[in-house]
Design a protein around this ligand. Sequence first.
Ligand code: PLP
Length: 487
Amino acid sequence: MLTSPISSVLLPFWLDVSNHANAIRLHCRPVYLTCTAARSRSSSFTWSSGGGTFELTGAALNKALQYAPTNGMPELTKWLSALQKKMHAPSGNESLSHDILITPGSQDGLCKIFEMILNPGDSIVLEEPSYPGTLAGLRPFDLKYISVETDGGGMRVDSLERAMSKWSPADALNPASDIPKLIYLQPSSSNPTGVAIAPERRLPILQIAKKYDMLVIEDDPYYYLNFAKEFPRSFLSLDNDGRVLRLDSFSKVLSSGLRLGFVTGPKPLVDRVALHLQVSSMHCSSLSQTLAFQLLNQWGVDGFLAHARGVADFYRSQCEHMLAAANKHLKGLADWNVPTGGMFLWLKARGIADTFGLISEKALAKQVVLVPGNAFYADDAAPSPFLRASFSSVSPAQMDEPAPAFVARRDSAVTTRGGAGAKLNAFDSTASGRLCLSLCCCWSVGDSRSAASTSPTYADFVRLCCSYFYAWMSRLVVGLAVVRSRC
Ligand SMILES: Cc1ncc(COP(=O)(O)O)c(C=O)c1O
């Protein structure tokens, strides 16, 4: 008996709990080559490196099993303050006081910040494409999205200026105005584009935020996965009038399962987010904080940076393999920017209006999972020729095509591209060539969104999850409104 029908659709394994009083069995299903995830490679979570093992006993264990202060365990927030000072020491206004709040992942910090600032119907400035977790967190507010274009250098300053030109700076003083209250952006190797906001664009963006009195939400989980050795100046480090709230995460460099992120920003704003945390989860897991602190304390800031450099080097090598495979197999079929860090390659399919149906039906049928571009836009019903491939978990061999025969198949894919009658059966899947093969399948068969399908697909599953997620988020927002109105 399957524990749930969902597991049979998506998961590579499922639990069988039937007829076994004392045993749980793990069944394996055919392995999917997943290029979707923002999951880090587990082998990069090297807990034993650089300091051997550590024990959690006695008073330290007792503390780890107890409640903790809302902002975080003092020893960890102190360690993080030293890190932030080294990496982002705010320039200019020395009187600005910054504070840190540890959150259960930066996703939680983001949602709390949005709930703190936004009201239903407000406007918000977003770079497009954007992180789907943010879009999902914003959806219950029914916002007006002011979309800013991006290119190989991230958010475009001219596009931001154009988007804001319909307001005057004086509108920021008028509570009835619909001028946006905040800009959400990802400065480093964005999810999904893989590229950073160019260093020379950062100050002008901050100045526009200042001109229209907007807060800047700097969501930066990929900061430490920067391929170049030098880190560009963060928005937090450029901020001299207290308008940047920065979110960091340990998910990509220590462990996503720990659920540890931290918000850094002006104390009055961080205090408000802390109040929210106080009445929701109270504080981030003490056990997770203790584990992280033990490790970070053993490493020291320099040891942590050395570890992060090793992780970034691993992803740089993965990226090089992915680019080599793309150059070999996808030239003329798709366009892409070279990632500056992170774990994603953002591809634009040539001659394909929408990758949604192609990925959810054709690629999935070939046991490859990619994310269609529409997931990264506020209007996710609009067709998108883009798709996101993740190079975190696939091996270089899986990225490449081993058989010379593939070239012939690829050529036939090129010639049949866009033709509704393309014969997918002509492509047979080999274990190590599935990524490129499926990409070529996607490229080759044109728009299949209209293709009727009677059996549930991955897309159905994603839609189901999203609808549950939105429903719960809406309930949460309504619940918070009720709590607020009663207080
Ligand atoms: C841009 C972005 N922000 C936030 C998050 C959430 O990170 P965390 O695991 O710290 O909640 C992710 C996760 O993939 C992400 O890509």
